[in-house]
Write a protein that binds this ligand. Structure first.
Ligand code: AHM
Ligand code: MG
Length: 348
């Protein structure tokens, strides 16, 4: 007799590699005994928009939609055409479904209030991250966080619905438009990855129960900024070099994070002299990946604080980010803390 491989998850459900995302979401709905299916529908909406963005990404070179749009976004960065398209696609998908009351997007300066007071969820999203890589055919990604609103349903949205720490996320994930397209997400019960099968137009479970290696031999950081780093970060990168770890950095957060999640490694975007809060955004970049990292056994900090415990005080707030294999992040954290301590002792 032949048996099919299956992988029971932490909730005891059995599902096999090859299960469609739709079916998987349906199976997992029992993880939320009081949920009425809206979160599941919301995840499906995101997957549908991801399929559309995947299509646009694949034909970007042909359709002349790569390259700059001639506008800048709220952070003064040049918007790429695909950024704009991805933003429109995700906005549409999220507003049509009816589950969402508000959206925070990297491409929008203010909160998008959908005027849907019955929506239970708030979504923070970077529709297309690493977009400077589009024109040169390098992997890019979508990053999303889902929160349950704090104010009562049926009332206008409040600031407390938006400014929630990462610990309040009910789901988070990313889509990697790479050599194959993958959707990886968590609802707080482990991490699962799905690979897109173009000809069938479906995501299939390919990476069930992802576990990040406790340590690895890859470090990912923009070394061109070395002179801008604080000494603790430099000390840690020197340690990586002493150990002959491989430097791997393509400047596309989702791709760098995903590789390290599967192979073991650390990604660092530190505070720099010019940008003391780093570059990446807490609400729609760092928090989602931190949730995925922790759910797979990894860790995410800003140097000393746990990313998910940072209480946001502005929409586009930036944060330094050290994320990946747990033991590597802990080691980096202790070098950063000790070096800072030594400097303080010395200067007194
Ligand atoms: P973006 O949101 O404008 O695309 O910027 C975020 C990207 C990340 O994907 C990547 O890790 C980082 O910026 C690279 O920055 P740098 O070029 O400074 O190394
Ligand atoms: Mg981004």
């Amino acid at each position: 007799m032949k048996t099919l491989p299956y992988q029971p998850d932490r909730s005891g459900l059995a599902y096999s590699v090859g299960t469609t995302l739709d079916r998987f979401i349906k199976l997992k709905q029992s993880d939320f005994p009081f949920a009425s299916g809206e979160l599941s529908q919301l995840l499906r909406d995101i997957a549908l928009a991801a399929k559309i963005v995947n299509r646009e990404t694949n034909r970007a070179g042909l359709a002349n939609i790569g390259g700059a749009f001639g506008q800048t976004n709220v952070q003064g960065e040049e918007q790429q055409k695909l950024d704009v398209i991805a933003n429109i696609r995700f906005m549409r998908a999220l507003s049509k479904g009816g589950e969402v009351c508000a959206i925070v997007s990297e491409e929008e300066d203010a909160v998008i209030d959908l005027q849907n007071s019955s929506g239970k969820y708030v979504v923070a999203i970077d529709p297309l991250d690493g977009s400077s890589n589009i024109d040169v055919n390098i992997s890019i990604g979508t990053i999303f966080s889902i929160y349950r609103r704090k104010s009562p349903v049926g009332r206008p949205i409040m600031e407390e619905d938006i400014m929630q720490p990462g610990t309040e996320q009910v789901a988070a994930g990313y889509v990697l438009y790479g050599s194959s397209t993958m959707l990886v997400y968590t609802t707080g019960n482990g991490v699962n990855g799905f690979t897109y099968e173009n000809s069938l137009g479906e995501f299939f479970l390919s990476h069930p129960g992802i576990q990040a290696p406790k340590r690895g031999e890859i470090y990912s950081i923009n070394e061109g900024l070395e002179r801008e780093w604080e000494s603790g970060v430099k000390a840690y990168v020197d340690l990586c070099k002493d150990r002959k770890y491989a430097a791997r950095y393509i400047g596309s957060l989702v791709a760098d994070f995903h590789r390290n999640l599967l192979k073991g490694g650390i990604y660092i975007y530190p505070a720099t002299r010019k940008n003391p809060s780093g570059k990446l955004r807490l609400l729609y970049e760092a928090n989602a990946l931190a949730f995925i990292a922790e759910q797979s056994g990894g860790k995410a900090i800003d140097g000393n604080r746990r990313i998910m415990e940072i209480k946001p005080n502005s929409l586009h707030q930036r944060t330094p980010l050290l994320i990946g294999s747990k033991e590597m992040v802990v080691e980096a954290q202790s070098l950063i803390t000790n070096t800072e301590k030594k400097i303080t002792e010395y200067s007194h």
